[in-house]
Write a protein that binds this ligand. Structure first.
Ligand code: ZN
Length: 98
């Protein structure tokens, strides 16, 4: 078995591939929202989606609890994906200027 993102063989195929593929599958199932600590934009999203205000609202009188958090997290992740190509273009333009 070959797993393309295997950290041991980088997709050439090795005895660790099945285990790495399994780990990736587990990772893919879990997260409703992820943010990288070194990415201020994503940390800001995290705060917006799962910060105190968001939690207070979700579990307050007008909130819908965990479902609300999950929904907001899903929307945030979707928006991030939609933004990605444009962000890449911006970077490319910046590169050309330099
Ligand atoms: Zn491998």
């Amino acid at each position: 078995m070959i797993y393309a993102n295997c950290k041991w063989c980088h997709g050439r195929g090795c005895v660790f591939c099945p285990r790495e593929a399994e780990k990736a599958r587990e990772r893919a199932m879990q997260p409703i929202f992820t943010a990288r600590r070194d990415n201020p934009e994503e940390m800001q999203e995290l705060k917006r989606v799962m910060g105190k205000d968001a939690i207070d609202h979700a579990f307050g009188p007008e909130g819908s609890g965990v479902q609300e958090i999950e929904f907001n997290a899903g929307v945030a992740m979707l928006l991030r994906q939609l933004r990605q190509p444009r962000k890449k273009d911006d970077n490319e333009q910046n590169d050309q200027k330099e």
